[in-house]
Design a protein around this ligand. Structure first.
Ligand SMILES: [Zn+2]
Length: 81
């Protein structure tokens, strides 16, 4: 439904951006969180990372504070077009 389907990088326009699925361990306020099978897009050209709604939901499920911070900082910038 809300799955993001990116074919070009929103930051640099590269077509090499691809979806990754891995265990992510973001840090927030000194804590490290583990997000198993976390899915996101990463652009090999400029390093931009894009998180879709499903990814944001995972983050919030693991850490509400962290999720809020990320939605503020990231979602605005990587919003769907
Ligand atoms: Zn890029």
């Amino acid at each position: 439904m809300d799955k993001l389907n990116l074919t070009t990088c929103p930051s640099c326009g590269s077509k090499k951006i691809k979806r990754l699925r891995r265990n992510a361990t973001p840090r927030f306020e000194g804590h490290e969180y583990t997000l198993p099978n976390f899915e996101y897009y990463e652009c090999p050209d400029c390093g931009e990372k894009v998180y879709d709604r499903e990814a944001m939901r995972q983050i919030e499920a693991h850490s509400p504070g962290f999720g809020r911070l990320w939605s503020k900082r990231k979602l605005g910038r990587t919003a769907l077009r």
